[in-house]
Ligand binder design. Structure first.
Ligand code: FES
Length: 159
């Protein structure tokens, strides 16, 4: 197994005074630095603080903001609530999955996109709704969303 660079995690632990009381802040800092909570980083935290890995996992899984899997730079969230579903959200999700060659809940290998599905984001009148990087796109169509995705892909190749 490739070794994990713990220097970044040590800096985060030092900033949070190696205190178990600061565990939430430590996990938030790791998530911000890594984009998710890698298992080796959590094992290192457990060892450094002298606490069990189970304690860390129970906190990491309690808060929805944490992810235990790598997430993409761009998050595409498709609303699959009833109002959006009856207006064709399923087809939009299918087309996005086809374009990115992943299923909802997965991340592309290049870590550019994560696709997620949620139930109702409270904007039913605008349905179907897709949220791309926090921006709500109403009256979504497969073409409209795939154009946004393809533009991001093209931009990422330029940089
Ligand atoms: S069902 Fe999609 S916003 Fe309500």
């Amino acid at each position: 197994m490739a070794s994990y660079d713990t220097a970044k995690i040590d800096a985060i632990l030092a900033k949070n005074e190696y205190a178990e009381a600061n565990l939430l802040a430590i996990l938030q800092d790791i998530q911000a630095a890594e984009g998710y909570l890698p298992r080796p980083a959590l094992e290192h935290v457990a060892k450094s603080l002298g606490i069990s890995i189970a304690r860390i996992y129970s906190m990491a899984t309690f808060y929805k903001a944490f992810s235990l899997k790598p997430r993409g730079k761009h998050i595409c969230t498709v609303c699959m609530g009833t109002a959006c579903h009856v207006r064709g959200a399923g087809r939009i999700l299918d087309k996005i999955e086809e374009n990115l060659k992943i299923k909802a809940g997965e991340t592309t290998k290049d870590l550019l996109f994560t696709v997620e599905r949620v139930n109702c984001v409270g904007a039913c009148a605008m349905g179907p709704v897709v949220i791309m990087d926090g921006e709500t796109i109403g009256n979504a169509t497969a073409n409209k969303i795939n154009k946004v995705i393809n533009d991001i892909k093209a931009d990422s190749k330029k940089s």
